[in-house]
Design a protein around this ligand. Sequence first.
Ligand SMILES: *Cc1c(COP(=O)(O)O)cnc(C)c1O
Length: 381
Amino acid sequence: MKFNTKVIHGGQQHDPSTGAVMPPVYQTSTFAQTSPGQPINPDYEYSRAANPTRTALENALASIENGTRGLAFSSGLAATDCVLRSFKAGDEIIAMDDLYGGTYRMFTRIYNNYGIIFHFVDMNNLEKLKEVINENTKLVWVETPTNPLMKLADIQEIAKITKQNKILFAVDNTFATPYLQKPLDLGADIVMHSATKYLGGHSDVIAGALIVKDEALGEQLHFQQFATGAILGPMDSFLVLRGIKTLHLRVERHCQNGGKVAEFLDKHPKVKTVYYPGLRSHPFHEIAKKQMSGFGGMVSFSFVSGKKEDAVAFLEKIKVFTLAESLGGVESLANYPVLMTHASIPEDKRIAIGITDDLVRLSVGVEDIEDLLEDLEQALA
Ligand SMILES: *Cc1c(COP(=O)(O)O)cnc(C)c1O
């Protein structure tokens, strides 16, 4: 089955009791048993362990990422948290030096306290990555493209190193989506998603996902989810499943509009740098061409003036774009990382990695491009 068929049919079956084409929202916590330990359907006893609506979503997730097991969580961070629970004090984790702010906060302010040691490295310096690896290293965590600077990491090259050293390799695939990039096929062990973003796609649900190829790893992660409890509810599972059915159509348009917005900004006299992997000037354009089949709808940019006031004025003037956190929905959003998504990163670190006071991040939606460009034009004037 090819991708555009998988988003609609992958892992799906009609509801066995009614033939319903979409799985019903099984809004139930528990399932009847005929004799102690003998549920009517052996797959379902209690919804923390499994719920049919969630199962339908989890099967879809496994299908579209070419994995064997999908797990749906109550948020993207809950999915990341589940992976982190595999480790103990003294274990070391190497993470990319440009991460979603909430991931960075979890690593440094929660799991650091449990004695797990984190190293943040530039994943384009593979020699440096090899240097930091030692016998305690258990996981490499990469986000590509990153939020908000659209840095890329070469998944295949990193996978070679992690395989050689028997280290788990997890990729946050939120920005690319499996329509554009399939980390498991490129050698990663775990794919993580904030399904709140492109998978859900309509800004109406908070959800997360993990997908793996290795069945034993899938079983271990499911046990951790079951034992700690951060599952996705039936209604939210239904919403993400519905979102996935149009993922290919939406992301195609996000890419078209994203590319046009990036080109427009690149030519604008008030704009200094445009961060978009599809631009030939982007430092990671070659890696993007190698491992992604399109460049997505996320575009960040800075101002020639370098001034915070210019970024703020722009964000106050936009009309079609909405100033809001989050991304990946059908509607265009704009974000000011310094005070919004990345406020949890200490100022010196933030500046050092390039999240400057004049940086704006756009999540380009699927509206008519003329309206989006007109809005940007008037807000930059
Ligand atoms: C939003 C986001 C997360 C966190 O997901 P939530 O659903 O908000 O918990 C993690 N990684 C990336 C890249 C994100 O954009």
